[in-house]
Design a protein around this ligand. Structure first.
Ligand SMILES: C[S@@+](CC[C@H](N)C(=O)[O-])C[C@H]1O[C@@H](n2cnc3c(N)ncnc32)[C@H](O)[C@@H]1O
Length: 362
């Protein structure tokens, strides 16, 4: 999925920095601003993973591809004659069926009274059918939690391929892009089994950091005032399917409860310092842009305040990696990687807390 600040192109650089600063004996890796989950999936073969994001659709993708270790078998659905749920959801003729919910059709396609053009009529009906079916299968007990998140992720990952947008969902295009006329298809998601009990969260980073510990913490926060929630509201609504009271020309859902302090100039230093101060991770790696709300020297000061100053390093990633993807204006933006080692005091009592409190509600 195309995603603001997505790190697919930087995975090699992140890996090089990790390899040159770690011993090879590290076990637990946390991707605390996981977004598309690309970094967490990249490192999943090597480490027990913790992943997290404040957005629900990101959490769904993480649950399916980071926490989960297998393509589900869907035994419950086989019992009612559905052996291939993805095929069933994509191909069932819906003309005779009464839709349980038509939220996407009513609000984001031209067939609705608001005539928004995020998605074609046919694809909107299909998305509603798939989303409602997944929910009703969960409620009737025909799918378990793993199967639920797997199907939801397959739905969400398919939506951008038929969306009538120019990159994000902050606005839809006023003319139809040919992409929107493609028949909707769910993603066929492959799952890697790393043999560990991985754990994905849908929490604020600064709440979660107090509850976890491990060896490598990868921190990739937003770097400017552009909030993610309004830019991906359509995917968030399909993911939550909670009939929100949407507003305005773009049909935006309320997002005050998932607004990020990392996007607010007056708040970012406070939350960043708190995150680093509370981190119980020996190796900390930060991704940040050259034109972010925090300056490199502010980041350095915070890292050296809580980490071992002798281990501090700043890596400058050349913009050429991004050149083909960005407009000329944006092509002078670069990306930094910061590294610091942090000494974590050993607990006084032998019976140390579990690495991840699985049942925490944050
Ligand atoms: C730069 S993107 C991460 C991109 C990701 N590394 C990838 O490759 O897809 C930043 C992410 O941080 C999330 N985020 C912002 N504030 C957050 C917070 N306080 N707690 C958790 N996640 C947050 C956003 O939803 C967004 O997905």
């Amino acid at each position: 999925m195309r995603y603001i600040g997505g790190k697919t192109q930087l995975l090699g650089d992140i890996e090089t920095v990790i390899n040159s600063n770690t011993t090879g004996r590290e076990k637990v890796f946390c991707d605390i601003f996981s977004g598309t989950g690309s970094v967490a999936r990249h490192f999943k073969p090597r480490y027990e993973m913790i992943s997290n994001d404040i957005l629900h659709f990101s959490y769904v993708i993480q649950k399916a591809t980071v926490e989960n270790n297998c393509v589900p078998k869907f035994h419950g659905l086989s019992k009612i004659g559905i052996t291939d749920p993805v095929k069933f959801l994509e191909e069932t003729d819906m003309t005779a069926s009464v839709q349980a919910s038509t939220f996407v059709s009513d609000n984001y396609s031209p067939s609705g009274s608001c005539t928004r053009m995020y998605i074609s009529n046919d694809n909107a009906i299909r998305v509603d059918f798939i989303r409602s079916s997944i929910e009703s299968w969960k409620q009737s007990g025909h799918i378990d939690e793993t199967e639920y998140y797997y199907l939801l992720a397959a739905l969400i990952e398919g939506v951008p391929f038929v969306s009538n947008i120019a990159g994000t969902y902050g606005a839809y295009l006023k003319k139809w892009d040919k992409r929107a006329f493609k028949k909707f298809e769910m993603a066929r998601i492959e799952i890697l089994d790393n043999g560990f009990e991985n754990c994905s969260f849908n929490a604020d980073s600064n709440n979660l950091i107090r509850e976890i510990e491990g060896d490598i913490l990868y921190v990739d926060p937003p770097y400017n005032s552009r909030q993610y929630a309004p830019n991906y509201h359509f995917l968030e609504t399909i993911s939550r399917y909670d009939n929100p009271e949407i507003r305005g020309v773009t049909g935006m859902r309320p997002y005050h409860d998932i607004k990020s302090s990392f996007c607010v100039k007056s708040e970012v230093m406070g939350v960043f310092e708190d995150l680093i101060a509370k981190a119980k991770f020996t190796n900390i790696l930060i991704s940040y842009s050259t034109d972010g709300l925090m300056t490199p020297s502010q980041i350095e000061t915070v890292l050296k305040r809580y980490g071992d100053g002798r281990s501090y390093k700043k890596y400058d990633i050349p913009y050429r990696k991004y050149k083909s993807k960005l407009s000329d204006k944006a092509s002078d933006l670069r990306e930094y990687l910061f590294y610091i080692r942090k000494e974590i005091p050993k607990p006084l009592i032998f019976n140390a807390p579990k690495r991840v409190k699985q049942k925490i509600s944050i």
